[in-house]
Design a protein around this ligand. Structure first.
Ligand SMILES: NC(=O)c1ccc[n+]([C@@H]2O[C@H](COP(=O)([O-])OP(=O)(O)OC[C@H]3O[C@@H](n4cnc5c(N)ncnc54)[C@H](O)[C@@H]3O)[C@@H](O)[C@H]2O)c1
Length: 333
């Protein structure tokens, strides 16, 4: 198959390399608003580069992967739908709720499937946690704790088009809570603070945040995250139950240092970035996308899933702004 890819930045170049290496992918054709960048990446990875999205869409593709900044996702998904191309799009679906809802309506007939890139759904640990929770082996879940913290902030120019901390970063945890528990969020209370560089506040964003979510079965989920976790890239999810408890991300590379005497764990080199932590999940995600293109599976993460996670992010942004709990039904469906 011939796969197109838009935006060869941090994640796009990695997905392009993964796709190129997959059996069944004959060619990956890339484009980027920064044309020289597309040409350099194409040369490095043995891909084809074209000048713009228009040319890409008309180049005889079987599917398309959208890895451009979040602010460009909605328009690009719509154009791919018009071209009848099965699409992978990085999270989130769009940078605002109206754009996300427009895309949800646009793809509702399911004729041209779209796969949204929440790679935790392909991570072995998150899958095992889902199995543990949904099988009932943990009993009833009293608390979920989920955290996503970057070792260092993304480049400053990423922030204005990112949608902000909840929509860009915590959204992974919001989707993971839904994925692992199979339950929906009914209310949120969120806070966010700015103690790092000025460019966050200048975009109306913040660098560290937390939220309390209540799920429809009464489970409490505590979400936290920061752009400044210098010890390493820290992604964890704990599912604490009435019978047993499990933790995703508690391996030897966990970026935490015990202050207890005689405790050597964890002893490995902490994860530096999402690329190190989720390398295999990203590969499995691209394999699933090509399976979707081949018509062998249904989308593993739909735009509806993207909308549900985005609504939680939106509720958290509203809660932080107004300093009050927000019920999900305030936002509609
Ligand atoms: N799933 C994950 O773990 C994960 C990790 C990182 C980023 N992302 C998502 O991937 C997307 C890209 O993030 P990134 O960190 O790679 O950003 P980036 O800034 O490193 O790269 C974006 C690239 O897109 C290009 N570009 C900008 N506007 C474009 C347009 N309209 N058309 C074509 N190309 C355009 C830029 O020149 C750049 O090369 C974001 O939506 C982000 O949320 C997901």
């Amino acid at each position: 198959m011939r796969i197109g890819l838009v935006g060869v930045g941090r994640i796009g170049a990695f997905h392009a390399a993964t796709l190129r290496a997959l059996d069944g992918v004959e060619q990956v054709v890339v484009t980027d608003a920064d044309t020289p960048r597309a040409q350099v990446v194409a040369k490095e990875l043995g891909l084809e580069a074209v000048a713009d999205v228009e040319t890409l869409l008309g180049s005889g593709l079987d599917g398309i992967a959208i890895c451009a900044p979040t602010s460009a996702h909605a328009e690009l998904i719509a154009r791919a739908q018009d071209a009848g191309l099965i699409t992978f799009c990085e999270k989130p679906v769009a940078s605002d709720l109206s754009g996300t809802r427009l895309i949800a309506a646009r793809v509702a007939d399911g004729k041209v499937p779209v796969h949204i890139g929440f790679q935790r759904r392909f991570d072995a640990g998150f899958r095992a946690a889902r199995e543990a929770v949904t099988s009932g082996s943990l009993g009833w879940i009293h608390t979920i704790r989920a955290n996503t913290s970057d070792a260092a902030p993304p480049h400053a120019s990423y922030i204005p088009t990112s949608g902000g901390f909840f929509r860009d970063c915590s959204i992974h945890d919001f989707d993971a809570v839904r994925f692992v528990t199979g339950h929906e969020v009914v209310s949120v209370y969120a806070v966010g603070e700015n103690r790092g560089e000025a460019f966050f506040a200048e975009s109306g964003d913040f660098d560290s945040a937390a939220a309390v979510l209540t799920l429809d079965d009464g489970t409490i989920a505590l979400i936290s995250g920061s752009r400044y976790n210098a010890r390493g890239y820290d992604v964890r999810l704990e599912a604490l139950g009435s019978k047993d408890s499990v933790c995703v991300g508690m391996d030897d590379r966990l970026p935490l240092r015990s202050v207890e005497a005689g405790v050597a764990f964890p002893s490995g080199t902490p994860y530096a970035s999402f690329m190190e932590r989720f390398r295999q999940a990203y590969v499995d995600e691209m394999v699933a996308f090509t399976e979707l293109v081949a018509g062998r599976i249904e989308t593993p993460c739909s735009v509806q899933d993207g909308l549900r996670a985005f609504l939680i992010a939106e509720a958290c942004a509203l809660s932080r702004r107004d300093g009050r709990p927000v019920r999900m039904d305030e936002l509609g469906t």
